[in-house]
Design a binder for this molecule. Structure first.
Ligand code: SF4
Length: 173
């Protein structure tokens, strides 16, 4: 059973500014479960440090462009990566994503539409992750309470049972 994690939440210095977003609840979870981390923006080759990106134009199907350079448009690459992870990571049964990120956020990301900030968008990597799988996805901010932490783990274990053990038997790898 694998839980995917936005790499910056584990302390990897992969943010656009070279920093991290290490989170104690995520670290605790990673001590007890098998995890696999990824930074979508690094994975598609944007590097560290890199120009920051933002979401624009459409709440449901936004475009990601450079905050200071609108010619930078990694939208397709981020979407393709989200689909690839959802469909090819063996045992993937849940994902903890970084809130408010234009790549990783899940319902808390700012989208700029007609000059107005709307803060209920989803990052492009995460949007495709969800579109191409049914795995439970949670932002790190929602792991704060013991109840939501426990509920997330229960949903992950249920997903694993339903999609791997039931289908493949105990010997699934
Ligand atoms: S939020 Fe996502 S894209 Fe941004 S640094 Fe963290 S893992 Fe990378």
């Amino acid at each position: 059973m694998i839980i995917g994690i936005s790499a910056c939440l584990l302390g990897d210095k992969v943010r656009y500014d070279g920093g991290d977003q290490q989170n104690p609840h995520v670290l605790r979870l990673a001590r007890h479960y098998e995890t696999r981390k990824i930074c979508p923006e690094v994975n598609i080759g944007l590097g560290v440090p890199r120009p920051p990106i933002q979401l624009i134009d459409d709440l449901r199907f936004p475009t990601a462009i450079g905050k200071h350079d609108p010619s930078l448009n990694p939208s397709d690459a981020l979407r393709t990566l989200g689909k690839t992870v959802a469909t090819t990571w063996p045992g993937l049964s849940g994902f903890i994503v970084k809130s408010r990120s234009p790549s990783c956020g899940n319902g808390s990301t700012k989208v700029i539409i007609n000059g107005e900030d709307i803060r209920t968008g989803t990052g492009l990597f995460t949007e495709q992750l969800k579109r191409n799988s049914q795995i439970p996805v949670i932002e790190e901010t929602n792991l704060d309470s013991p109840a939501s932490y426990t509920q997330f783990i229960m949903r992950v274990e249920h997903y694993y049972q339903q999609h791997y053990i039931s289908k493949h038997g105990d010997n699934y790898e």
